[in-house]
Design a protein around this ligand. Structure first.
Ligand SMILES: C[S@@+](CC[C@H](N)C(=O)[O-])C[C@H]1O[C@@H](n2cnc3c(N)ncnc32)[C@H](O)[C@@H]1O
Length: 400
């Protein structure tokens, strides 16, 4: 059937209507006239697939990535970077208004650096002895020899890893590279009988959670600090934008004259360490024991002595939210804050909250709840994950 795409959704899909039902079309752009076929029918929506572009959107360009049409990794490589930024920022604003009732005037322009080859981490899938990414909404693999999201050291490893997966029985490979591009950690899931060649190319090799190499972690840098990354540790994937993000957190901490800060969901302590020179005390809480062990080591490496790191679930440790905490930073996973955590924040009289989010939908939900007792002062979106629908942001809230 023939359709006209009217706008895009938060997952980077084109939106149209078919028989009065909303229909999402992958890789479709606003004003595209398309011939599509319906591939999924649900009670509330349909999903369509492009058969032919009848009249392309004026925004449409030829993707610089040869895998773009098939690969599920990116959404915005068929338009210019300026258009990507405008569309992402508008979608972010719409979500915050619709689900969070956030006043559009307090949302700043999206912070962005237009640069490919930015990611320091990747998870490759392996199917039929080939390595790559899944297609959109599928377990079908698109095998790749290069990816313009990944930094050059990860790209250099693709060829030898394609050779390895041909010979072995592997299901997944995760790669982390330090931000100075010097150290590489590779984690393989599956059966590997001969790892001698790959071991020569990397600093840390882990096969099914077993450390094969001499070292079990790599050291990476962010702003002026060093951090140790182990096999399970979360770390921001885009160095330049995360530095801008953390400098923004530092700026807020200075403006708020924060003294005693709680850094919830602190990972290896990258936010805690960035703000430490400007405050009296930071307490960082994180569920991963490995991340906290490395956060404590990083603290020594960086000569910081005013942070306490606690390995615990945030929802079980809110007793630390005592009266002398003046600022709480939260940087939760994509699922956002648990209701229990929101309620605790509402109950305690903490003057300031800085909310760092990687999911506008759960952020908007949480802001709506928090706005019962907090004024949302400022929101800044960051294009951390270029060419994909994902969006990072910071929000500052002040107790009413
Ligand atoms: C988005 S990351 C933020 C990490 C850190 N702030 C940073 O910028 O690198 C979220 C972190 O929350 C941790 N986490 C997830 N659920 C948690 C929970 N219930 N309690 C404490 N930490 C949790 C994850 O292990 C992860 O390190």
């Amino acid at each position: 059937m023939k359709v006209l795409i009217t706008k895009m959704d938060h997952l980077g899909r084109g939106i149209t209507k078919v028989n009065d039902k909303i229909c999402f079309v992958n890789k479709a752009l606003p004003e595209d006239e398309l011939e599509i076929k319906i591939i999924k029918e649900k009670s509330k929506y349909l999903e369509g697939e492009i058969i032919k572009v009848i009249k392309p959107s004026p925004l449409r360009i030829t993707s610089k990535c040869p895998y773009f049409n098939d690969c599920g990794g990116c959404q915005y490589l068929n338009l210019t970077y300026d258009s990507e930024l405008k569309i992402k920022e508008n979608i972010f604003r719409e979500i915050l208004a619709k689900y969070g009732s956030v006043d559009d005037n307090i949302i700043k322009k999206m912070v962005s650096i237009n640069e490919d080859f930015y990611r320091n981490k990747v998870t490759f899938q392996v199917e039929n002895k080939k390595l790559g990414f899944y297609k959109y909404n599928s377990k079908e693999l698109v095998s790749v020899d290069e990816c313009l999201l990944l930094n050059k050291e990860i790209n250099k490893l693709i060829k030898p890893l394609q050779e390895l997966v041909k010979k072995e029985n592997i299901s997944q490979i995760i790669i982390n590279v330090s931000n100075d591009l010097k150290l590489k950690m590779v984690q393989i899931k599956g059966e590997v009988t001969d790892y001698t060649e790959i071991l020569k190319l990397v600093d840390v090799l882990i096969i099914n959670d077993k450390v094969i190499s001499d070292k079990s972690s790599i050291t990476t840098t962010l702003l002026n600090n060093e951090f140790i990354l182990g096999k399970e540790t979360f770390f921001q994937v885009n160095k330049k934008i995360s530095e801008r993000l953390y400098l923004q957190v530092v700026d807020y901490i200075k403006k708020l004259s924060s003294k005693r800060v709680l850094d919830l969901y602190c990972g290896v302590g990258s936010i805690s360490s960035s703000i430490a020179p400007y405050v009296e005390k930071v307490i960082g809480i994180e569920v991963s024991k490995e991340a906290i062990k490395n956060a404590k080591k990083s603290k020594e490496l960086n000569h910081i002595d005013n942070i306490d790191f606690i390995a615990a679930r945030v929802e079980d440790s809110l007793n630390v939210l005592s009266n002398d905490i003046d600022t709480v930073i939260v940087d939760p996973p994509r699922s956002g804050l648990l209701k229990k955590v929101v309620n605790e924040l509402l109950d305690k009289e903490v003057p300031n909250i800085i909310y760092v989010s990687c999911n506008p939908i759960t952020l908007a939900r949480d802001l709506k709840l928090l706005s019962e007792k907090y004024i949302i002062k400022e929101v800044i979106p960051f294009n951390m994950f270029l060419h994909t629908y994902h969006c990072e942001s910071i929000v500052v809230l002040e107790r009413k």
